[in-house]
Design a protein around this ligand. Structure first.
Ligand code: TYD
Ligand code: MG
Length: 461
């Protein structure tokens, strides 16, 4: 099919441009535009018949007359996964699981689908990335040599849809959506157009048949394949794997969930026998220092419903003419802002210094409650003085130098007290009442401004 005219589509956000540019005009990502239209050419609706069959004319009704139905949920039996899903897989729901290659997507889904098969559900595992033999090898490794999960090694959309229609499974895994292609489209397999169109078809099939469909998507940096971001708006639930492949811990975070809470996280450890849920994860992101070291400050972050203690590390070192500011797991722009606040309001200058900050264990912290810990870690590194043993801090810091409260501060403090922390510097509004006994053993210093926090810390030397 001849192209009417070239269109360039962004692999990150799906935005389009009439000409190639280095930077996507919609999301400002670099090198993400690739040639190919994401829309079918006008007047040539290749899937006309499918659209027609799935679009019965519906009656218009007032909300009050529509029966509110609860979703039928199927727990996978993997508690940490069920938690992020909001209680289990939902009938007819479409879940997108994204993450770096090798992080454990196929492993987790094979474990989940095997558990569902054992509970009597009809399942289907479509593998486009690996052969059936490789999947079988993984199931042996997972200690599931007797698994009855039906496996379909296939990458052609029409054949997958046909199998879905004929077998009517309760759940189908598509591993991965980037390998699926349709003959009906001219663009290359893995292109944005293909990935989007195939995902749209699978989504429609899920809605019309009630099959739960799980799409696996690789997060790609090069833009050679379409990233899962382009699919986020089509699906019901978006889960992302986090964590660094060098550590054993993996986080799964719900970014979007039409059937549950967002920002809920599931914590897993990668073991010799697959992913195992970590039911009490609050202390796994602390590195073990025998004695306190400069540049380290612990914070409590609240992800979903669970408080997690995370160590923030900073290294401040004399830099060259244009000093670097680097952050891992924290927002870099926010780091620049915090450095300015630190200078202006607390008189701590890092202008000619390289500043590196890191959230230990590959966690990503997006909440501003990390601000205070980041600033104290930086100051500690700059002064070469460690914060005391059992110290923690959290709280958002504003441009005026004020320390703002973090949501559910008392829950954070309770978790810290439970884990034996001794000293906490927290926003005044988060401090518990004087006679509250649930923080026994934890000395709490409420502060209203960043200068005050610095003074408290100096007083502890
Ligand atoms: P995999 O699920 O194939 O990752 P993805 O589908 O996200 O690309 O996981 C691959 C990694 O997990 C690989 O490095 C081996 C490791 N692994 C274990 O450590 N233990 C196990 O039991 C399994 C199955 C894999
Ligand atoms: Mg895989």
């Amino acid at each position: 099919m001849a192209k009417d005219k070239s269109i360039f589509t962004c692999t990150e956000c799906g935005g389009t441009s009439a000409r190639w540019m280095g930077k996507c005009p919609s999301c400002n990502a670099w090198n993400t535009l690739i040639e190919g239209s994401s829309e079918p050419a006008a007047g040539k609706n290749r899937f006309g018949s499918v659209h027609a069959s799935l679009a019965p004319t519906s009656e218009v009704l007032p909300l009050a007359q529509i029966q509110a139905a609860d979703f039928e949920r199927h727990p996978t039996g993997i508690d940490e996964l069920d938690r992020v899903l909001g209680g289990g897989m939902v009938e007819g729901g479409v879940v997108l699981i994204g993450g770096d290659p090798g992080i454990g997507k196929s492993t987790l889904l094979l474990q989940a689908v095997d558990s569902l098969q054992r509970s009597g559900m009809n399942t289907l595992y479509v593998t486009g990335e690996e052969s059936g033999a490789q999947v079988a090898m993984r199931s042996r490794r997972l200690g599931l040599p007797d698994s009855q999960v039906p496996v379909l090694p296939e990458i052609q959309l029409e054949k997958i849809l046909h199998t879905l229609q004929s077998r009517q499974p309760g759940i189908a895994i598509i591993d991965s959506i980037q390998t699926v292609y349709s003959d009906q489209l001219t663009s290359a397999p893995g292109s944005v157009a293909q990935v989007r169109e195939c995902a749209a078809h699978l989504t429609r099939t899920a809605k019309s048949t009630g099959t739960t469909i799980v799409l696996v998507g690789h997060v790609t940096k090069e833009g050679a394949l379409a990233g899962p971001r382009v699919l986020e708006h089509m699906v019901d639930t978006v889960l992302y794997f986090e964590g660094d492949t060098h550590s054993n811990f993996r986080l799964i975070r719900a970014i979007k969930n039409r059937f549950g809470a967002v920002n809920e996280i599931g914590v897993f450890a990668m073991t010799e026998k697959g992913l195992k849920g970590v039911s009490n994860p609050s202390a796994i992101f602390l590195s073990q220092h025998a004695e306190p070291v400069p540049g380290s400050c612990v914070m409590v972050t609240l992800e979903g419903t669970r408080p997690l203690l995370v160590e923030i590390q900073a290294l401040v070192d004399s830099g060259g003419p244009s000093p670097r500011r680097l952050s891992v797991g924290l927002d870099r722009d926010r780091l620049a802002m915090l450095l300015a606040v630190l200078h202006r309001h607390a008189g701590v200058a890092c202008m000619d210094q390289d500043v590196f900050v890191n959230a230990v264990g590959g966690v990503r912290i997006s909440e501003p409650a990390a601000d205070l810990a980041v600033m104290l870690a930086i100051t500690s590194s700059l002064r070469g003085k460690a914060l005391p043993k059992g110290f923690l801090a959290f709280g958002e810091v504003g441009l005026a130098g004020e320390v703002r409260p973090a949501p559910r501060g008392q829950d954070r403090l309770k978790e810290a007290a439970k884990l034996g922390f001794k000293v906490a510097v927290v926003p005044k509004a988060n401090a518990p009442k004087k006679n509250d006994k649930s923080f026994e053993g934890l000395t709490i210093y409420p502060v209203e401004r960043i200068e005050e926090a610095m003074q408290v810390v100096r007083g502890l030397d």
